[in-house]
Design a protein around this ligand. Structure first.
Ligand code: NI
Length: 399
């Protein structure tokens, strides 16, 4: 079956590349992926799958029943683009000004379509059921994954929940066609922290006449908050609190009434994460009080930390060793990006792995979320077939 799937992956390669280019040329932002969803639907229709559309606005789920009994697997791709102006000069560069597939979701969607093409051709030999899930809005809170789950993507329509879910993401730091795997806590929770400090505005020459200087209090709040990670976070829990925006819109001679801090809090532990929220609030409000000011803390709860379950992650590793060979399988360290696939992994066992898209000789080295980002399309020779093989193999092994 390995060779069959590899040759089918070669057969669908041109189609997958064309799909990727069409999606790339017409990037659509979160929850607006109407053309992309239509393209997905049109591509799936000839494959004779059971199709549900319009989940979470533009999401789709296609179900393929294999010819043999076995588990139900779910495979996920995200479809949305980013609000970035593309600077790649590719012939299929974005035609939607200000929108760009700068995170590879064009590759994820086209690759999963390729996987569906491959698996539908070996349907009779497939053990179990495969659900292909195309989701909107990975990039924007609350995340298309959470909305799809709320709308019954996993348990709805009277269907049993899938046994396992897999997802993949391109990685421009990894050589094209390599597969990156990390078990356990792999990606961070990502929450936005907003602190508004209120004092009294007035002439900068007379601070002693004011109740409180919000700017000074905000400076102390910023410094004091550094103790949350250094003094309260367990030393074995990776965690970061960064403030990238500090505004106090007065002037050289004007003390403003308010000052504002905006930052991100990320962690690889869900218990610590919510404990830290309380500490951030306590330290900010009480520090501001010490300077006669008041602080309001607002934390926008983002995606949870992403936990790759051990058994499904081992399946990915084993399948990758067989499919691409051990010199192309890479053990990854955890990283602090956020990813809404984490919501599925709170509901189901599964694993999220990476597919390398770097090609230094071709100058394809730019990072995710940059205007120059692109992928080495040769990775699309590996990605759809690998996911198909992983799926077939899990079914055959009863996982
Ligand atoms: Ni992404």
């Amino acid at each position: 079956m390995l060779e069959t799937i590899q040759s089918l992956s070669n057969e669908v390669f041109d189609d997958v590349v064309q799909l990727r280019r069409r999606i790339h040329k017409n990037p659509e932002l979160a929850f607006e992926e109407h053309d992309t969803a239509a393209l997905v639907q049109n591509t799936l229709e000839p494959l004779n799958l059971d199709l549900r559309t319009g989940i979470a606005e533009t999401g789709l789920i296609a179900t393929l029943e294999g010819g043999r009994p076995g588990p139900t697997l779910m495979l996920r791709a995200d479809m949305d683009a980013l609000p970035i102006r593309e600077e790649t000069a590719l012939e299929f560069a974005s035609e939607n000004d200000g929108a760009m597939h700068a995170c590879g979701h064009d590759a994820h969607t086209s690759s999963l379509l390729g996987t569906a093409m491959i698996l539908s051709r070996i349907r009779d030999d497939l053990h179990g059921t495969v659900r292909f899930l195309f989701q909107p809005s990975e990039e924007k809170l609350p995340g298309g994954a959470s909305v799809m789950i709320d709308e019954g993507a996993l348990h709805g329509n009277g269907q049993p929940a899938p046994d396992t879910i897999f997802g993949q993401h391109v990685q421009p730091e990894l050589e094209s066609g390599h597969i990156g795997v990390c078990g356990g806590m792999y990606m961070a929770s990502a929450d936005e922290v907003y602190v508004t400090v209120r004092g009294e505005g007035g002439h900068a020459a007379g601070p002693h006449q004011l109740e409180a200087d919000a700017t000074l209090a905000a400076a102390h709040v910023l410094t004091a908050l550094q103790s949350v990670i250094s003094r309260n976070c367990p030393p074995d829990v990776p965690s970061v609190l960064s403030f990238g925006k500090l505004t106090a819109d007065g002037a050289t001679n004007v003390i403003p009434e308010t000052a504002r801090l905006e930052g991100t809090f990320r962690a690889l532990d869900e218990d610590w994460r919510f404990r830290a929220h309380d500490l951030i609030e306590r330290v900010a409000t009480r520090t501001a009080q010490a300077y006669g000011a008041e602080a309001d803390v607002n934390i926008t709860v983002g995606y949870p930390a992403l936990y790759n379950h051990p058994d499904p992650t081992e399946r990915v590793r084993e399948a990758a060793l067989e499919y691409v060979g051990k010199e192309r399988v890479v053990d990854l360290d955890p990283w602090f990006g956020g990813e809404d696939f984490a919501f599925y992994l709170q509901e189901l066992p599964g694993s999220f792995y990476r597919i390398g898209t770097r090609n230094e000789a071709a100058g394809i080295t730019h990072g995710l979320h940059t205007p120059q980002f692109t992928i080495d399309e040769e990775a699309l020779r590996t990605a759809p077939g690998f996911m198909a093989y992983l799926t077939w193999r899990c079914g055959a092994n009863g996982t």
